[in-house]
Design a binder for this molecule. Structure first.
Ligand SMILES: Cc1ncc(C[n+]2csc(CCOP(=O)(O)OP(=O)(O)O)c2C)c(N)n1
Ligand SMILES: [Mg+2]
Length: 544
């Protein structure tokens, strides 16, 4: 069997149902021969974003795989892999490599060397008989420990070479790490002793599918819960103990509770310092539970810490906390939930005028508010983009179901959201999959709307077109005044139609909801839809 066929067989055994890629890489042809659906994008970056979403929305139970050609394809893929690395997403990247006689000789691009710092595992295969071993190593790494991309560079002559008969492959196991019982005891004691604890949940809860345990611990402790952007939807935001998610813009109740906390318990999170995550107030006692010891004491100092799978850690904590509470909560819930409710009422009273505003150009907040009240939130998977849309949607969107919001931003590549929505739709075809983006974001990856049309991936794309990079206005005053440097233009409804999809431009406030309904109907018919809302250059955010 040729190297490429062996790779395809191994992908099959690993349960890979579709291979996303861009030619030429013989693994694509071999995959098709093995009845793995091949999905061809318009540029590598979007394909990687799609693979990324497949892994995210399945908690890593299905791993997104992407294949591209040596040289330019691999060079062009860098952004997609770097984004997955930044946000800790487990994907398998299969670049072709130059034939071995030219491998690693300048100026030929070496995936193995250049992707070292944006993967957790990078290997170059130099013997045909090593193909199965390399694939086993890659899948074992990607399915275990800290989720992050892995890469296997497959030189073109290896893909065409015969792999000697007798090779075997067993799918890699997915193993979990249990927390140190002593650390669990200390943390349980600290949580029970705390007067005003806050729970901060990261995406480790998603990968461990530990949503039920998170809720159980919160209810036992009668403690409010927030999440990182990546962890958003790990806790139902309509729950009376929810403070909403972290991010650059946040709710008033989150700001208040974090500042008044006597202990913050991070579970399945990295506590990374980032513009797109709520900062932990100085001087707080922090307790850190995470899968990767490399994150402990990295950006913040932890008073107590434990390493382990978020689900196993929460299981162990629940037992100990329940034991310490001797059978029942302490009756704090009413006071805590009342306090949250009051703050939320104040905060929403301030924002309601923006969320329901009746002006033209449209308020982006009104568009997003109407969107949330028109779709079936529980059966929708939505993602933001970089730019103002993220900061406008993340505090106000209230997910009720796990993995119904794909939050991101450890690195923040404009144009990421489209591929995420497409990958989510591939993995969860019954959901309405939506990306919300601005007119700068669409400039990066917009052509892949054609992929959605051609490959029958009926997403709904919500474009907030303000003919500007509005988020940059404050920092580009002179460039804007003198050279109009932040102005951009385009008619994206027409663009969507030209690519074979459904496109509609919306100017009128009263047309927002009806247009959304029409677009949803189109996606049900199998046609991707792009709604272009003409919005004001808003510069107000819920930032504390
Ligand atoms: C690849 C990339 N380059 C640059 C940036 C920096 N950046 C973040 S948002 C933004 C402009 C966003 O404009 P738009 O998408 O139209 O949203 P708006 O703020 O206008 O609503 C820029 C340049 C980025 N996030 N990603
Ligand atoms: Mg814009």
């Amino acid at each position: 069997m040729k190297g490429s066929a062996v790779v395809a067989q191994i992908l099959k055994r690993e349960g890979v149902e579709f291979l996303i890629g861009y030619p030429v890489n013989n693994v694509l042809e071999a995959a098709a021969e093995a009845d793995i659906r091949t999905i061809i994008v318009r540029q590598e970056r979007t394909g990687l974003h799609m693979a990324d979403a497949v892994s995210r929305v399945t908690s890593g139970e299905r791993i997104g795989v992407f294949a591209m050609q040596h040289g330019p394809g691999t060079e062009n893929a860098f952004g997609g892999v770097a984004q997955a690395y930044g946000d800790s997403v487990p994907i398998v990247v299969l670049p072709g490599g130059y034939p071995r006689r030219l491998l690693n000789i300048p100026p030929n691009f070496s995936a193995f060397m250049n992707f070292q710092h944006v993967t957790k595992w990078s290997e170059q295969v130099i013997l045909p008989e090593s193909v199965p071993d390399a694939m086993r190593r890659a899948f074992t790494q990607v399915k275990n420990g800290r989720p992050r991309p892995v890469l296997v560079e497959l030189p073109t002559d290896i893909l065409n070479a015969e792999v000697p008969d007798g090779w075997t492959y067993t799918p890699a196991p997915r193993l979990r790490t249990a927390p140190d019982p002593r650390a669990v005891t200390e943390i349980a004691a600290a949580l029970v002793a705390a007067e005003r604890p806050v729970i901060y949940a990261g995406q480790g809860v998603h990968y461990a599918k530990a949503w039920r345990q998170l809720r159980e611990l919160a209810e036992l402790l009668e403690a409010p819960v927030t999440t990182s952007l990546q962890g958003k939807s790990a806790f139902p935001e309509n729950h009376p103990l929810s403070l909403g998610s972290g991010g650059r813009s946040i709710s008033k109740q989150l700001h208040h509770f974090l500042n008044n906390a006597d202990l913050i318990f991070g579970i399945g999170c990295s506590f990374t310092s980032t513009n797109y995550g709520v900062a932990m107030p100085k001087g707080k006692r922090l307790v850190h539970a995470t899968l990767d010891a490399a994150d402990i004491n990295k950006d913040v100092a932890a008073e107590l810490a434990v390493v382990g799978d978020a689900g196993l850690t929460l299981d162990a904590l629940i037992l100990e906390v329940r034991d310490r509470l001797r059978g029942g909560p302490r009756g704090r819930a009413t006071a805590v939930t009342q306090e949250i409710k009051q703050l939320k009422t104040d905060w929403m009273a301030k924002w309601m005028p923006r969320l329901t505003q009746d002006t033209k150009p449209l308020s982006p907040y009104r568009v997003l508010w109407d969107l949330m009240h028109t779709v079936d939130v529980a059966n929708t998977i939505i993602t933001h983009d970089a730019g103002s849309p993220r900061d406008q949607i993340s505090p106000f969107w209230e997910p009720t179901e796990p993995l119904s919001y794909i939050g991101w931003g450890k690195t923040t590549q404009l144009g990421y959201g489209l591929g995420l929505a497409m990958g989510a739709k591939l993995a969860k075809p019954d959901k309405l999959c939506v990306n919300v983006w601005g007119d700068a974001a669409i400039g990066f990856t917009g052509m892949d709307f054609e992929t959605a049309v051609r490959e029958r991936i009926p997403i709904m794309s919500v474009l907030l077109n303000n003919f500007s990079m509005a988020i940059e206005l404050k920092v580009m005053k002179a460039a804007t005044e003198k050279f109009r440097s932040t102005d951009i233009s385009g008619n994206y409804a027409d663009f969507a139609k030209a690519l074979g999809g459904w496109g509609e431009r919306v100017n009128e406030p009263k047309e927002i909801a009806p247009a959304i309904k029409r677009a949803i109907a189109k996606t049900r018919e199998g046609t991707p839809a792009l709604l272009e809302f003409i919005t004001e250059k808003a510069e107000d955010f819920s930032i504390y």
